[in-house]
Ligand binder design. Structure first.
Ligand code: FAD
Length: 436
């Protein structure tokens, strides 16, 4: 996550506190605090909408899209908490004038927005809700944000909309609404490049799809991903996939593992020649050649590393790549990565096949790389979250700091750690000695 982006969100959310508490002649500080929380929630929700647009500048300011979605989630959760307190602490002030039908409507819409958002925020952090339903809860959230903005504009408050405090939050509301409207546009109206399916190849338990540009190709770097819409096959819902190959001729390759409904259906409906729309490139999972590296790929997490391996310069420092697979026959692009490693003396490939009883751990990485060398390495990871967490916990014992550990989330939708919390509580209960 880019600290500049996080600072920007925090600073812009705190600024109205300064605007409100310097208002002349306002004595009810408690109500003022509650009003500030209302403004802060609107600003955070506006950022949430802006972050989800996937517009070019968003990644530049906030970091890779996978982290942008994490920021988007937390902006929503903090906004929700602020609204709850805003609703609990009385924000009404005396002497602001008489109520009208409009101010009453604004009040009602504020309530609707509060309870609606409460339900939707809870639903949206529940990772068990199927993606296609979850997507709709997110769309509805934008409508509730508009209700919240209406509440802000027309409710009685100690400043006018033309005052700096009104204008400042008003601009955020307008930007958030514009971002929401942008997100409502049909996918075909979003900027994307047109490609055609050039080849379909089964590789291990995945399908490699090679795409050739119909006109101008996108300029992707090794490690980046696109959001693909297989429009020609009737499967137009856009899904993110890393580029497992980036051709000098503008061709791209993605490798898809059947992990759910869409990805299981895809091999049955894709045909050579069909149209594909590619949005992107996205992502900040980039190859840097400054120091020795360890790459850890888990299963289909190999895709960005395939592009990295191809792009690895002959004079780059040594790379130890650990490719964790269930079995060799099920490993996508195994022969290809072995071929690249054979041709590049600085790429040392280690296959870790769980089906053969092998397990990757910080210890086994240190055994291959050398404990001293490992402490100086940059470690890059793409694969299952459980493996990542286990390495993040154990690698610091070998001198690999959190700053040296980089990873790509293969999941835009992340929870708030409730499953982990429940597992931790259960584990503690299990470990507690039984009472006599
Ligand atoms: C940055 C990134 C790169 C990825 N690269 C690859 C890759 O190279 N190869 C590969 O096989 N997989 C990759 N994935 C994962 C792939 O996008 C999902 O497996 C796929 O979208 C699942 O769709 P489904 O409907 O088959 O599965 P479902 O069971 O419906 O979903 C499985 C999970 O995928 C997520 N998901 C589903 N639909 C979407 C969507 N439209 N947009 C975003 N997320 C969605 C959901 O959060 C869900 O938890 C990548 C994901 C990300 C975020």
């Amino acid at each position: 996550m880019n600290p500049i982006g996080v600072t920007l969100i925090i600073a812009t959310t705190l600024f109205p506190a300064y605007q409100l508490f310097t208002l002349p002649g306002v004595t009810d500080q408690v109500a003022l605090f509650s009003q500030y929380l209302g403004l802060a929630a609107l600003i955070l929700m506006a950022w949430g909408q802006i972050l989800s647009t996937r517009l070019a500048g968003v990644e530049a300011v906030f970091g890779g899209l996978d982290r942008v979605y994490v920021l988007h989630k937390w902006a929503g959760i903090v906004a929700m908490a602020a609204i709850l307190v805003h609703d609990t602490v009385d924000a009404e002030m005396r002497g602001l004038g008489t109520e009208t039908a409009l101010t009453e409507l604004a009040e009602t819409l504020g309530e609707i927005s509060l309870y609606g958002l409460l339900i939707l925020v809870v639903l949206s952090v529940a990772t068990f809700v199927p993606y296609h339903l979850w997507k709709w809860t997110h769309k509805a959230m934008g409508a509730l944000f508009i209700a919240g903005a209406f509440h802000f504009v027309f409710i009685m408050k100690p400043f006018a909309m033309s005052d700096p405090a009104g204008l400042y939050t008003g601009v955020f509301c307008a930007a958030g609404i514009l971002a929401y409207v942008w997100m409502l546009l049909p996918e075909r109206m979003r900027p994307a490049r047109r490609y055609a399916v050039a080849a379909l190849d089964t590789t291990g338990d995945a399908l490699a799809v090679t795409l050739t540009p119909k006109w101008r190709p996108i300029r992707a770097e090794a490690g980046q991903f696109g959001i693909l819409s297989f429009a020609g096959s009737g499967q137009a819902e856009p899904h993110p996939f890393s580029f497992s190959g980036i051709g000098a001729d503008g061709s791209l390759r993605v490798t898809v593992k059947p992990l759910g409904d869409f990805t299981t259906r895809l091999p049955r409906v894709l045909e050579v020649g069909q149209d594909v729309r590619v949005q992107g490139p996205f992502g900040r999972f980039r190859l840097t050649g400054k120091r020795a590296q360890v790459w850890v790929a888990g299963g289909i997490g190999v895709t960005p590393f395939l592009a990295w391996a191809e792009a690895l310069a002959a004079d780059a420092p040594d790379v130890h790549m650990f490719y964790c697979v269930k079995s060799r026959p099920a490993a996508p692009h195994l022969a290809e990565i072995e071929g690249i490693a054979a041709a590049k003396p600085n790429l040392h490939l280690h296959i870790v096949a769980s089906g053969e009883g092998q397990r990757l751990s910080a210890q086994s990485i240190a055994d291959k790389v050398g404990a001293d060398a490992l402490a100086a390495c940059k470690v890059s990871f793409c694969g299952p979250t459980s493996l990542r967490r286990s390495l993040q916990t154990s690698l610091p014992r070998y001198g690999v700091s959190a700053r040296q550990f980089h990873y790509e989330e293969f999941e835009f939708r992340t929870g708030v750690g409730l499953k982990r919390l429940a597992a931790w509580v259960l584990e503690r209960r299990r470990d507690r000695p039984a009472r006599a």
